[in-house]
Ligand binder design. Structure first.
Ligand SMILES: [Zn+2]
Length: 316
């Protein structure tokens, strides 16, 4: 069962308003595709939109009332007019059976809410059969239905799905918005440092704050920067890193490069990651590929020092 909760964050205000205006003018398309990074509360906002579309008495600005019959059953995860499709724990993809259930669901008549709503989280995880099965529901929508999709990997969606939805690109929150929000969450670590580690994603920063490996991660992040600034030598950094779990080391670096790549395509994260970007190699995709290759090798009983020196030299 899902653990997602409905929430709206300050950085969603503009997009929320845009959607509500379209809704009031009755020109909200029936299929909406939301794309953006995870760890920014985007999924929660889309989930909150689902609740609001079902709500019997939404507020003036379009939020769900939280009190009506619809809201109560929605919060209890048992709304008859709502269906959530997501990756099931042990599966790699959303299957055609799951989508067929959704197609059937959309055909049913609604009970007491004004609409029927389906939400597909991890939309890019639909395998090709599943995606094809969804096309019919997209092309011939049943009356009073909304289909919401969310993915952090829009390019992995087949183009025929993308072209049949109205797309909403959800940006990273600005550093100012993120820091203001994080200040209210009372993180134990410096919010700025947390944000830098996760490429400017505020909800990911909260998760990071609770991670017991955090100190280690901050240390390595700063050591990497010091290496690139020639304040530390390869020998000094490698002697520290080689004692640590190789998989984790590589996972962290992969995350850092992903954040830099997002930044390169225009998602400005934080001042610290801008600093790292200025020091990192220009071909970030190549760096990313190489780190993935090393990760595949990292389970082999290689010499630890050699592996660490290999990964560090990729950055230089
Ligand atoms: Zn309500």
């Amino acid at each position: 069962m899902t653990t997602i909760v409905a929430a709206n964050y300050p950085w969603h205000q503009a997009i929320w308003q845009r959607i509500q205006e379209a809704r009031q003018q009755q020109r909200l398309p029936h299929a909406l595709l939301f794309t953006g990074a995870t760890g920014c509360g985007h999924e929660q906002m889309v989930y909150s939109l689902a609740q609001s579309l079902l709500c019997l008495h939404p507020t003036e600005v379009g939020y769900a009332c939280g009190e009506c019959r619809s809201c109560k059953v929605f919060t209890a995860h048992s709304h008859p007019d709502f269906m959530l499709l997501e990756l099931v724990d042990d599966k790699q993809s959303i299957t055609v059976e799951q989508v067929r259930n959704l197609d059937r669901f959309l055909e049913l008549s609604r009970s007491y809410s004004p609409h029927r709503v389906a939400l597909i989280l991890h939309a890019a995880a639909m395998n090709s059969n599943a995606a094809n099965s969804l096309l019919k529901s997209l092309e011939e929508p049943a009356e009073n239905t909304y289909l919401l999709l969310f993915t952090d990997k829009p390019t992995a969606l087949i183009p025929t799905i993308r072209s049949r939805c109205q797309q909403f690109r959800l940006a990273l929150p600005t550093q100012t918005d993120s820091l203001a929000w994080l200040a209210a969450q009372k993180t134990t670590q410096s919010a700025r440092e947390l944000l830098a580690l996760v490429g400017g994603r505020p909800l990911a920063a909260i998760a990071e704050d609770a991670d017991e490996r955090l100190q280690q991660k901050i240390l390595f992040f700063n050591q990497l920067k010091a290496l690139l600034l020639h304040q530390l030598s390869m020998l000094e950094v490698a002697s520290q890193w080689e004692k640590y779990n190789r998989q984790e080391l590589l996972d962290w670096q992969i995350e850092w490069v992903q954040a830099l790549i997002r930044q390169e395509i225009g998602e400005i994260a934080t001042e610290d990651s801008i600093e790292l970007a200025a020091l990192a190699p220009r071909d970030l995709w190549l760096l990313y590929e190489r780190l993935l290759e090393l990760k595949a090798l990292s389970t082999h009983p290689l010499n630890g020092r050699l592996l660490v020196e290999n990964m560090l030299s990729l950055w230089l």
